[in-house]
Ligand binder design. Structure first.
Ligand SMILES: [Zn+2]
Length: 457
C-alpha cells in the first residue's frame, strides 16, 4: 500500500529522490541531525532489554523487541530467523595474589572458557611480556603454572591495535595449554587504565587441552609485572562458567522495499547480541541504532529508493557464529546483494569511508563524497576489503563490501567491559553516523551502480 502510495506520489509530484539522488542525500543528512529516533531506540534497547548474551533468553527478548520497534516504524517484511549455537554463560570469577603480598585481582572469564575445579586453583605464575615470548617456551615448560601474558594493546584512532593484540586472547589459552599451563591470564585487550577487565571470546584448538582463561584489568597486569620482576608470585583463580549446547541465536531482518527492483538489496547490518558485563551500548547497540535509524530515515525522507534497503541485526557475533550462519542461510541470494556493510565500531562519528572495489570514479562515489564531505567524512583511497565480522563471509562469496570507519580513539577503553553503558553515547555523534549511513544506503539503493561490473573494468 505504501509502495503504491509512493509510486502515485512520485508520478504526480516531481520525484526528488529519483530525479536528483544527491539532493535527496543532502536532505537525509540534514534530517538525521535533528532526528533522535535512533538515540531513543538505543536508550530503549539498553534499558528495557539490557545485556543480550547470545543464545540466552535475553537475546530472544532483544530480537522480539527490535522486530516490534521496526514494525512500529513501518519497515516491510520484518522477520526473525534462528540458528543453532552453543551458548556460554558466566559464573563466579575471582582471582587474588596469594604470595608474596596477598591482594585481590580483577579478572573476567573469556567467552567459551571452561571452569576451574570447584574452589579454584592456586599456582605459581609464569609471566611473559608478549605472546611471542610465551610461544618461545618449549613444550612442558609451563607445567603446573598459571601462564600470564601482559602484552599491551596500542591506542589508534582506527582501533587497529586491537587486531594486532587479538591473538593474545584468542590463541593464548591453547598455546599456554600446549606448554603445560593449568590456567591462562592475560592483560585485557583494552586501552584504558581502569580496574575493569575486558571479556571476549577465545578459540580453543582441538589439539590442545582446554584450560580456564580470563582477562586481567590493565592495572592488575601492571602489578603482576612488577611483582614478577621481584620474584615468584602465586595466584589463585576461580571461574565457573558453563557451556550450553543446543541453544538458538536469532537474526532480525527488515526491509525498506525497493520501488523498482525490490530483489536487489543494499544490506546494512549490526549485531544485536552483546556481552553480559555491561548493556552493550557501544558494542553493538549503537550499530543497531545507527543502521535501523538510517533505514527508517530513508523511508521517511526519500521514499522509496529503486532497490531494497535491508537491515540485518545479527545474533551471536561475539561468540563468532553469526557471519557463517547468515552466509549459510542466505548465500544463495548473494548475487542479488548489491553491497553489504556492518556498523560495529561504537557510537562516535564516521570519519572515513572505504568504497567497494571498483567504485572509484563512479557517479555513486562522486555523489557520496559530496553528501558526506560537509559532515567531515573523507573517502579513503583504499577500497573496502573487510566490512564487519558478519558480512565478511558474504564478501568472500563475491558480494561488494563497503566500510564506514568511525572514530575509535576511546572505543577500546570501554569495549567488552562493565562500562559499556548508555551514558557513554553522544547524541550528536550518533546522529552524524546515522546521517553517513543513511546517505550511503540511499545512494547505493537509488543509483544504478553495479560494483561488480565496475570492479572488472
Ligand atoms: Zn561488536
Amino acid at each position: 500500500m505504501r509502495v503504491l502510495l509512493a509510486l502515485l506520489l512520485s508520478a504526480t509530484i516531481a520525484p526528488p529522490a529519483a530525479a536528483d539522488p544527491l539532493e535527496a542525500a543532502h536532505r537525509l543528512v540534514a534530517a538525521a541531525r535533528d532526528d533522535a529516533w535512533g538515540y531513543r531506540l538505543l536508550e530503549g534497547l539498553t534499558t528495557e532489554v539490557g545485556p543480550r548474551l547470545a543464545g540466552t533468553e535475553a537475546e530472544r527478548r532483544a530480537a522480539d523487541w527490535s522486530a516490534g520497534k521496526m514494525r512500529e516504524a513501518g519497515f516491510d517484511a520484518v522477520r526473525i530467523e534462528d540458528f543453532p549455537i552453543t551458548a556460554w554463560v558466566r559464573g563466579v570469577e575471582t582471582a587474588k595474589i596469594v604470595a608474596p603480598v596477598p591482594q585481590p585481582l580483577v579478572v573476567t572469564a573469556l567467552g567459551g572458557s571452561v571452569a576451574t575445579p570447584a574452589g579454584g586453583l592456586t599456582a605459581e605464575i609464569a609471566l611473559f611480556r608478549t605472546l611471542a615470548d610465551m610461544m618461545d617456551a618449549p613444550a612442558g615448560a609451563l607445567a603446573g603454572r598459571i601462564a600470564v601474558v601482559t602484552q599491551r594493546q596500542t591506542r589508534f584512532l582506527d582501533g587497529s591495535g586491537y587486531g594486532a593484540a587479538n591473538p593474545v586472547r584468542r590463541a593464548g589459552p591453547s598455546e599456554a595449554a600446549r606448554r603445560g599451563a593449568r590456567a591462562y591470564l592475560h592483560r585485557s585487550l583494552g586501552t584504558d587504565s581502569h580496574r575493569l577487565a575486558h571479556t571476549g571470546a577465545l578459540n580453543y584448538r582441538d589439539d590442545a587441552p582446554r584450560i580456564p582463561a580470563a582477562a586481567l584489568s590493565n592495572p592488575d597486569a601492571d602489578q603482576l609485572e612488577r611483582l614478577a620482576a621481584r620474584g615468584a608470585v602465586t595466584v589463585h583463580v576461580e571461574l565457573s562458567p558453563l557451556s550450553l549446547p543446543d541453544r538458538k541465536a536469532y537474526t532480525v531482518i527488515a526491509d525498506i522495499r525497493g520501488r523498482e527492483k525490490p530483489d536487489e538489496v543494499v544490506l546494512i547490518g549490526a549485531h544485536l547480541d552483546s556481552w553480559d558485563l555491561g548493556t552493550g551500548a557501544i558494542d553493538d547497540g549503537a550499530g543497531v541504532a545507527i543502521v535501523t535509524a538510517a533505514a527508517r530515515l530513508i523511508a521517511k525522507v526519500a521514499p522509496y529508493p529503486r532497490r531494497t534497503v535491508r537491515v540485518v541485526l545479527f545474533g551471536a557475533e561475539e561468540m563468532g557464529y553469526s557471519g557463517a550462519a547468515f552466509a549459510a542461510a542466505h548465500g544463495s541470494e548473494a548475487d542479488r546483494i548489491v553491497v553489504a556493510a556492518e556498523c560495529d565500531f561504537g557510537a562516535r562519528r564516521v570519519v572515513s569511508v572505504e568504497l567497494p572495489k571498483g567504485a572509484a570514479g563512479t557517479p555513486f562515489a562522486d555523489a557520496l563524497t559530496r553528501a558526506l564531505t560537509p559532515i567531515g567524512v573523507v573517502a579513503s583511497p583504499v577500497p573496502a576489503t573487510r566490512a564487519g565480522d558478519d558480512v565478511n563471509p558474504l564478501g568472500k562469496m563475491g558480494v561488494p563490501l563497503m566500510a564506514l570507519r568511525q572514530n575509535g580513539i576511546d572505543y577500546f577503553d570501554i569495549h567488552h567491559t562493565a562500562d559499556d553503558t548508555f551514558d557513554k553515547v553522544d547524541r550528536d555523534e550518533l546522529a552524524q553516523a546515522t546521517a553517513a549511513w543513511a546517505a550511503f544506503a540511499y545512494l547505493a539503493a537509488e543509483m544504478p551502480v553495479d560494483f561488480r561490473a565496475s570492479a572488472e573494468r
